[in-house]
Design a protein around this ligand. Sequence first.
Ligand code: JFZ
Length: 480
Amino acid sequence: MAAMTNPWTTRARSGDAPVEVRFGPLVGHRDDEAMQRFRHYGVGQFIHFGLYSIPGNEWHGERPSSLAPEWIRAWSGPNAPEDWPETYDRLNEVFDPTGLDAREWAQQAKRMGARYVIFTTKHHDGFALWPSAHSDYTVAQSPCDRDIVGEVVDAYTAEGIDVFLYFSVLDWHHPGYTTSMPTDEAGRRGWREFLEYTRAQLLELLERYPAARGLWFDGTWDASWVASYEFTYRLEQELRERRPGLIIGSRFRNDEHGSRHFDSNGALLGDYEQGWERKLPADHSMLSGNDWDGVMTIGPNAWGFMRDTGDQYQKTADDLIDLLMRCRSMGGNLVVNFGPDGEGRMTAYEGEIADELGAWVAENADAVYGAGHVDLGRTDMGWLTGDGERLFLTVVNRPVTGIARLRFGADAARVPVRARLLASGKELELRRTDIGFDLDAAVHYDAVIPRDFAADRAFVIEFELGPAGARAADRAAAHM
Ligand code: JFZ
């Protein structure tokens, strides 16, 4: 059976006959040290910061009706300010985030439990947060004469948090950028210049920031980039040569048939699936064994700063704990997005979220970082993760019976032999329960949740695994 892949990023496969692909994956499934680290990140932080952080989704009291705040340059229609794109483009003349202290950001991320950060070096507007030698539209052309990318790389690296550089290929500033492949000579020359500029900026980033471990690409969907598959293939090769171990997500390029993220035969293009954005896999089998992360906004769809979030729902720490453990149960990382304001300050709500999520993660670290997918099927109580020796049940929906029941195959070699509350270490009564269903080849293990155990958040039950039949109680049950 052809495994199901991410339906948002994969072309439907036409039958099972393989297609000839010359510009397919450059590397297969990786298992090196850098990828192992990736698998254990668990929690990540995304930061969207740039010129769009200044308006924060509004301008003189007006706001666009249906754009994410970091897209505000694309504002058009009756309430858009006159000459808006020109006004936006000149925001570099006032860009001066004096409140930005990357060490504070990094300490906050550390408190949240983040083990990697993805930072916007250049978003769609083309403004570079490092003094790029290949552009006239950077921090060096603003009152803020700082290398913000460098400050972030240094501060996070000092906290032991790995840095991934977000880079938008789509660029509203470069004159050679075009969405479709140009048909005239001048246009083609412009596009070639754009490709060289992109290559130069990427090599520059790798050169300037040797601590960066990965590149997170965006804005790679336009027909012009899709048609440049030969260039992007070579560029990926070059980036990997320059930085052995570099991690590149699947959003970078496509094969010669225009198949993005995955080639026309369904093979992943890059080191991990990068299509899980404000959506999550329905179940583990959809991932075909690929590494992945899920990137998530706190509001419904705001990556950049939003001055007024109005009545838009903001995810709570409980939501994020649920999402985090859902990701971990399928072997992925959860990346929580932060959008600092124009001064470079994280919002108060983001601060609360970071601390609340971080407190929970710290108490339940074993269930989060070292643990991944286990093949036990779903439970309505919450999410299962495991590390081979232990099974962790994150209880989001507490059973009113007080019994956390897990179902094992009757022939399972390793089964729970002990149960505890992970955060406190409190021992729980564990029972082996044979319900006696005819033809049911299952056996149940019940952890008894004490009636007087009060929890105001999800909590984790840790099951220690051992050989089936090792417990005295099991033997007794077997003789009954
Ligand atoms: C992109 C950007 O346009 C957006 O501003 C933000 O930076 C986000 C992280 O990435 O938005 C996307 C890109 C891809 C999908 C959806 C939104 N997608 O594949 O579904």
